[in-house]
Design a protein around this ligand. Structure first.
Ligand code: ME8
Length: 501
């Protein structure tokens, strides 16, 4: 039976267009999902939109639009972006879809019946931008610790989820169960949130743009209980490849990865595991990545107005270049900078000089010396031996990084490989060679380009195809098919891969 892999991104708020930060998370998810497919997994990849809540309702009102109409327009832009970026998700879940809403209502009833929900009164400091409550001690100078905006004191009747009953349980899970990577974020979470863990307010009466509960018609479900359950309800959609039980039951064999930005780790690593536990399901596995920041180190966010539109970047640089920058240049887990200068430097220095040129030079030589037909390996070349290219070792190291979700390290391994092959050209100077030696050099080059392009195919989704067309390669990329010999292949015309900016 095929191994199975389930990967999710946060569902983003459609209060505005998405920016490069959202593109970052979704690109990582797409990368790991395509990689797992190459490894022979059956994969399911979910992304979507988190459509309820006061923030959205207010924004729609500002525009004089019905909230559903307002968000639907924005969601079409989400989908357009994912399409342009080559995101290959299976399900796009909207929290306003009936499938999701019905489940969330039923879930409220189920959790009530199990005794995990009670009605009381909420008093606390609320940040509208982040849709979350903070205790006085969590505030920064009286302002929201996440976005820095003014919070307001709120007092209203609310239903609560008995999260605090699970304080010791979740602490133990966080400390011992690898629930959250990178692991250095665990102590942050335990120190800042677990010790003060309170029950979670899960309904509101102050706005009505939300899922109404069956039990009490004044209350709508407050965003996080609604939103987090998307990771379950996505499995009820017609395009779902797996069932809820397959993914979430305690004895599930499905490999799981939930990508989130570090600011929502708390929700995904405290509340979400507890909700799952209440339903008698397994724990999640969360990877919390860092933020994309501006040159001056400021987090890019809609509320700060310093965001970059990924559609424009795709139009200027192409999606392969953008995907590569996000995966390679931002150290997975840490904050990383993005600017036009930085991506242009990467494109010129790496994608053009090292990769695209390697293909163009090899193509030119095979055409010039052998009329476009890849020659055979004739001799054992000293320069090749000395490089000590060990494809199995490279592959193993690359796979280890990927299986540990060290995305930026995985590409470094491939960059090293490309650099060695470029070094091989510099050392052998094929234009000065002839006969068996020349044939052997060019044969090596073509075969290595195939290996590199295959391994990089989950990121450079258009470029690898151009290389495959050039080589007449019809198979879909797979680790099993590496190390082929293209001797005697008639090369097609190669489409240009990357241009200098
Ligand atoms: O939080 N750098 O939605 P959201 C990197 N609806 N990633 C960034 C980023 C940045 N500067 N800015 C945003 C929500 N992101 C909730 C989630 S899930 C059940 C509900 C990415 O639209 C990152 O993944 O505010 C972050 O966690 C997410 O967008 C926040 O998106």
């Amino acid at each position: 039976m095929k191994k199975k892999f389930y990967v999710t991104t946060p569902i983003y708020y459609p209060n505005d267009k998405l920016h490069i930060g959202h593109a970052y998370t979704t690109t990582l998810a797409d990368y790991i999902s395509r990689y797992k497919k190459m490894q022979g997994y059956e994969t399911m990849f979910v992304t979507g939109s988190d459509e309820h809540g006061q923030k959205i309702q207010d924004k729609a009102k500002e525009k004089n639009q019905d909230p559903l109409k307002f968000v639907t327009n924005i969601i079409n832009e989400f989908k357009n972006l994912w399409d342009k970026l080559g995101i290959d998700n299976d399900v796009f879940i909207r929290t306003t879809d009936k499938i999701h809403m019905d489940y969330v209502k039923k879930s409220f009833t189920e959790l009530s019946e199990k005794g995990f929900i009670y009605k009381s009164k909420y008093e606390g400091m609320y940040c509208k931008t982040d849709e979350s409550f903070y205790t006085e001690t969590q505030l920064n100078d009286g302002k929201c610790p996440d976005c820095g905006k003014v919070v307001s004191k709120i007092s209203e009747e609310s239903y609560f989820l008995k999260i605090s009953d699970f304080k010791e349980w979740i602490k133990e899970k966080l400390l011992n169960n690898n629930l959250l990577i990178p692991s250095y974020r665990v102590s942050e979470l335990v120190n800042n949130f677990i010790n003060e863990l309170k029950d979670l307010s899960i309904t509101r009466t102050s706005f009505d743009w939300g899922i109404k509960i069956n039990e009490d018609n004044l209350h709508v479900i407050y965003v996080w209980l609604d939103a987090l359950q998307n990771y379950i309800t996505a499995l009820l959609y017609p395009n779902s490849k797996f069932t809820i039980d397959e993914v979430w039951s305690k004895d599930s064999k499905v490999e799981l990865l939930q990508l989130v930005g570090k600011e929502i780790t708390r929700f995904h690593c405290i509340y979400w595991p507890v909700i799952l536990k209440m339903k008698n399901y397994r724990e999640p596995k969360v990877l919390a990545h860092g933020w994309l920041v501006t040159d001056s180190g400021e987090k890019m966010s809609k509320s700060k107005g310093n965001v970059i539109d990924p559609i424009k970047l795709i139009e200027t640089y192409g999606r392969d270049a953008l995907r590569f920058y996000l995966i390679n240049n931002i150290i997975t887990g840490e904050d990383g900078k993005f600017s036009n200068e930085l991506i242009e430097g990467m494109i010129n220095g790496l994608l053009v000089n090292k990769y695209s040129n390697l293909v163009a030079r090899t193509d030119a030589m095979v055409n010039k010396y052998f009329e476009g037909i890849v020659p055979s390996k004739k001799v054992d070349l000293k320069e090749y031996r000395e490089m000590k290219i060990d494809l199995n070792k490279i592959k193993k190291q690359y796979i280890t990084y990927m299986d540990n979700y060290e995305f930026s390290n995985s590409t470094k391994e491939l960059v090293k490989y490309v650099e060695e092959i470029n070094g091989f050209i510099d050392k052998t100077e094929p234009w000065k060679k002839e006969g068996d030696e020349l044939e052997t050099i060019l044969n090596h080059l073509v075969n290595e380009i195939y290996n590199i392009s295959t391994m990089i195919s989950p990121i450079l989704i258009d470029s690898y195809k151009k290389v495959y067309v050039w080589l007449g390669e019809k198979e879909i990329p797979s680790f099993k098919n590496l190390d082929k010999d293209f001797a005697k292949t008639k090369l097609s015309k190669v489409e240009h891969l990357f241009s200098r900016i």
